[in-house]
Design a protein around this ligand. Structure first.
Ligand code: UDP
Length: 238
């Protein structure tokens, strides 16, 4: 195994698209439930879990601005999309008996808690899964940056980025049969070679705070738990 480190607190970042199943849009409840079960297996190990879910299955700011909408407005719509995903994930996890809190970077007290760092830390200590919604609360950012920011604030030991593939490749493995997976890659290699991990702001924020990023497949049943137990294939960026 690549690491025998025992993780106490982690950030799980998933894209909004991971929730849509084969539908091509929105939330697919059986898919949301499947991911919630994967998270539960790690929660059952006693690991404290933070989550950030993207919004790309509903709305992306760039997509709106490409169609003539003001970028900032489009980005706020994207942030609101992440709140819907967070509520969907919360419902699925509570169905499994896991206590959760949705914590929003944009205040909307009727649906989610406001972000108060010490309060969020306390939730984690009490074994509640914290789902951080509405990104950073600022336009021109992504949920990858939000995940990195919150992971730093919550003192997570790593960001687990769940994707469709089991790591970082030198080229798209869906298009190239000879694509090579890296076991380990540095932040600077990711930036210089434009490897598809997270956007550049997120990578730089992780690098400057020595926060490792573990890219793994969320489609692999038991994959998330396996890595925390020191098994499986993945790429670690550090
Ligand atoms: N967004 C934003 N600020 C943030 C996080 C997200 O403006 O801090 C907006 C942005 O428009 C983005 C959208 O929310 O396109 C959805 O987030 P993202 O694209 O990161 O979702 P994912 O690709 O992970 O599904």
């Amino acid at each position: 195994s690549q690491t025998n480190k025992k993780y106490k607190r982690v950030m799980l970042k998933i894209s909004g698209e991971a929730l849509m199943g084969d539908q091509g849009f929105g939330l697919h409840p059986p898919t949301v439930e499947r991911i919630a079960r994967e998270v539960k297996t790690v929660h059952d190990m006693g690991v404290e879990i933070c989550m950030v879910i993207g919004g790309g299955n509903i709305f992306r700011g760039l997509q709106g601005s490409a169609q003539g909408m003001e970028r900032t407005t489009a980005d706020y719509m994207g942030m609101l999309a992440t709140v819907m995903n967070a509520l969907g994930m919360q419902a699925a996890m509570e169905d499994l008996g896991i206590h959760t809190r949705v914590i929003s970077a944009i205040t909307m007290n009727e649906v989610a808690e406001p972000y108060i760092r010490r309060r969020a830390v306390r939730h984690l200590e009490k074994a509640r899964v914290c789902i951080f919604a509405a990104g950073t609360g600022n336009p021109y950012f992504t949920t990858d940056t939000a995940a990195t920011l919150r992971a730093n604030e919550m003192a997570c030991e790593a960001i687990f980025k769940g994707t469709k593939v089991d790591g970082v490749y030198d080229k798209d493995p869906a298009k190239h049969a000879d694509a090579k997976r890296y076991d380990k890659v540095t932040y600077d290699e990711v930036l210089a070679q434009h490897l598809n991990v997270m956007d550049a702001s997120a990578i730089a924020l992780a690098r400057d705070n020595d926060l490792p990023i573990i890219v793994f497949s969320l489609d692999e049943p038991g994959g998330f738990k396996g890595i925390l137990a020191g098994e499986g294939t993945y790429t670690i960026v550090k």
